[in-house]
Write a protein that binds this ligand. Structure first.
Ligand code: PAN
Ligand code: ZN
Length: 191
C-alpha cells in the first residue's frame, strides 16, 4: 500500500515504556532544556542566574520521543520529564506552548510526581488542573499548556498529540500564563 491522502504508510510497531520511571529506552530523539533556556520565563531572574552559576546550568526538563511523520493521521507521543525545584518561590515549569495547528488536542498521562497543568486560551480563559500519578489531563484544542512540578521528584508524563500539531511558543515568553504557582509558607499557592 502507498501513502494515502498525504499520510505516510507505516507498518505497526511497539515499544516499551517503564510505567514506574517513564524510561523509554528505544527513544531516538532527546530534547534537553537547561536552566539557561528558561531566561525570561520566571519572575525572579536573579534566582535563575544563581541556579545557573551554582549548579553549572543544570537540566530543567527533557523530552524523549521516537518521531513519526508530522502529518495528519499520525500520532506523536513522548515522555516529558520535568525536574523538581524552585526559582525563588516559583516552582519549576516547562516553557509552555500553543499548538501551531490550533485545533489539535493533547493527552498527558501522569506517570510520576505531582504538579499542575496550567492552561490558557488567547481570549483570556485560564485553567489549572492537578497532575499526579495515574491522572490523565485532556488539553483541548486552542489551549496553551505548561506543566508545573510542585513535588519533590521528577514530574513525568506520557503525552500523545496529532503529529502535525507543531509547537508555537508565541506570546508565552513575554506574557506567560494568567496564573503562576509558588510555594509560600510551606503551601502551594496559585496566584
Ligand atoms: C509536550 C511538551 C513538553 C515540553 O511534549 O513539548 O512537555 O514542554 P514545552 O514544549 O512547552 O517546552 C507537548 O505538549 N507537546 O505538544
Ligand atoms: Zn503540546
Amino acid at each position: 500500500m502507498e501513502a494515502k491522502n498525504k499520510t505516510t504508510f507505516l507498518n505497526p510497531f511497539s515499544l516499551g515504556i517503564d510505567l514506574a520511571t517513564g524510561d523509554m529506552p528505544e527513544a531516538t530523539n532527546h530534547l534537553i532544556r537547561r536552566a539557561s533556556d528558561m531566561k525570561g520565563y520566571y519572575l525572579n531572574e536573579n534566582a535563575l542566574e544563581e541556579l545557573i552559576k551554582r549548579d553549572s546550568d543544570p537540566i530543567h526538563y527533557e523530552v524523549f520521543e521516537i518521531p513519526v511523520p508530522e502529518e495528519y493521521g499520525h500520532l506523536m507521543y513522548c515522555i516529558s520529564k520535568l525536574f523538581p525545584g524552585k526559582i525563588g518561590e516559583e516552582y519549576f515549569f516547562t516553557k509552555g506552548h500553543y499548538h501551531t495547528v490550533e485545533e489539535t488536542a493533547e493527552i498527558y498521562l501522569c506517570l510520576k510526581g505531582e504538579g499542575y497543568m496550567v492552561m490558557k486560551t488567547s481570549d483570556g480563559k485560564s485553567e489549572e488542573i492537578r497532575m499526579e500519578r495515574g491522572q490523565m489531563v485532556y488539553v483541548p484544542p486552542f489551549w496553551a499548556h505548561r506543566s508545573v512540578n510542585t513535588g519533590t521528584e521528577p514530574l513525568i508524563s506520557f503525552c500523545v498529540y496529532p503529529a502535525e500539531a507543531g509547537h508555537n511558543y508565541g506570546d508565552i515568553k513575554e506574557q506567560g500564563f494568567p496564573k503562576r504557582i509558588f510555594e509560600k509558607g510551606n503551601a502551594i499557592r496559585i496566584i
